[in-house]
Design a binder for this molecule. Structure first.
Ligand SMILES: Nc1ncnc2c1ncn2[C@@H]1O[C@H](COP(=O)(O)OP(=O)(O)OP(=O)(O)O)[C@@H](O)[C@H]1O
Ligand SMILES: [Mg+2]
Length: 330
């Protein structure tokens, strides 16, 4: 089956345009992420695809087949929620079997398919356990197995890792990505975490106030943000009026902290900016600095840790920046 086409999808709640005329195509086998701040409409759009929230306008197709008026259970979709939504009174196997029983899959098929799904998420042999006997990461795997067991055309994830601790989030995200790749299944993944989105996605749609702000591969959105919102949401940046950098045009530019260096270490030809260090955070592999320029603006800068490197608050420095990394934003 081919990809997912969303055309003019809209949904209003009272006066809130939760999803506002969204056009989007997700390719077959793609890992596609909806990224954006709280309230921007990610969950609403995902629920529209799943069949839990009706559209006010627009349509959704799987290939040629229009699905937005079909009930959720015939859409061929598996969904994984933030809070696991694991039934506490059913065993692990009972939870995973649930969708198969609801679809009236023959009893003899259920056992092997449950085992197969549990094996995919590294939980082979856990079928007899009760949910309260599992860790958060294992519960989330049960939720993924439950979504996979029906062999869906599309997997939807709504912030599946937000209840896990930071380290587990990092390992689970690569596990989810590896599983999606090995199955070749189309995935739409919702997160508000820019780093998580960049680490797993083929493409990202950045959302803001119900609309798509920018769609692209992670590097593109990071390096060539189209708007001030995109530049700031996709990590730390310096948003400056070009005049502050000595350029004539009255436009806004984004300059990432890693595009700045101390002048002594920068190639000849990079523009110079004299200033003084006003704040400093040593984070291990990198040090973050705030440097106040002579015109009063503060530039954020990041340095890779290097032996013998000493930078102090108050130090007078000259910065230089890579002019090819200035991005004009609207
Ligand atoms: N059932 C509903 N009734 C009324 N308003 C709703 C409903 N569902 C969502 N909204 C509103 O629609 C907007 C988008 O909500 P949505 O849950 O899609 O955002 P989100 O991007 O998923 O946010 P978060 O990151 O906090 O989960 C919000 O303003 C929200 O309050
Ligand atoms: Mg949400």
């Amino acid at each position: 089956m081919s990809g997912i086409v969303i055309a003019g999808a809209s949904r209003t709640f009272g006066t809130v345009r939760a999803v506002d005329r969204v056009d989007l195509t997700v390719e077959q086998g793609e890992f596609f992420t909806l990224l954006g701040p709280s309230g921007c409409g990610k969950t609403t759009l995902l629920r529209m695809i799943a069949g839990f929230t009706p559209l006010d306008a627009g349509e959704i197709r799987f290939g040629e087949r229009r699905i937005d008026r079909l009930p959720a259970h015939v859409r061929d979709i598996g969904m994984v929620f933030q809070n696991y939504a694991v039934f506490p009174t059913l065993s692990v196997a009972g939870n995973v079997a649930y969708g198969l029983k609801a679809r009236r899959v023959p009893a003899a098929e259920i056992g092997p398919r449950v085992e197969e799904a549990l094996a995919m998420v590294q939980l082979a042999g856990y079928g007899g356990r009760q949910p309260h006997e599992l860790s958060g990461g294992q519960l989330q795997r049960v939720a993924i197995a439950r979504a996979l067991v029906i062999r869906p055309h599309v997997l939807l994830f709504d912030e599946p890792l937000s209840n896990l601790d930071a380290r587990l989030r990092v390992s689970m995200r690569s596990e989810i990505r590896a599983l999606q790749k090995s199955l070749g299944i189309t995935a739409i993944y919702v997160t508000h975490d820019q780093e998580e989105a960049m680490s797993v996605s083929d493409r990202i749609a950045l959302m803001n106030h119900g609309r798509l702000e920018q769609v692209g591969v992670p590097e593109e959105i990071y390096r060539k943000p189209a708007t001030r919102f995109a530049a700031e949401f996709m990590g730390t940046t310096n948003l400056v009026e070009a005049r502050a950098l000595g350029l004539a045009a009255p436009v806004w530019v984004s300059l990432r902290p890693e595009a700045l260096r101390f002048a002594e270490e920068a190639p000849v030809g990079w523009p110079r900016l004299p200033g003084a260090v006003v704040a400093l955070e040593m984070l291990g592999p990198i040090t973050r600095l705030d440097v106040k320029l002579e015109n009063g603006s503060v530039m954020k800068m990041v340095l890779l840790d290097a032996p013998g490197q000493i930078v102090r608050e108050g130090q007078v420095v000259t910065l230089a920046y890579d002019p090819s990394r200035l991005t004009v934003v609207s």
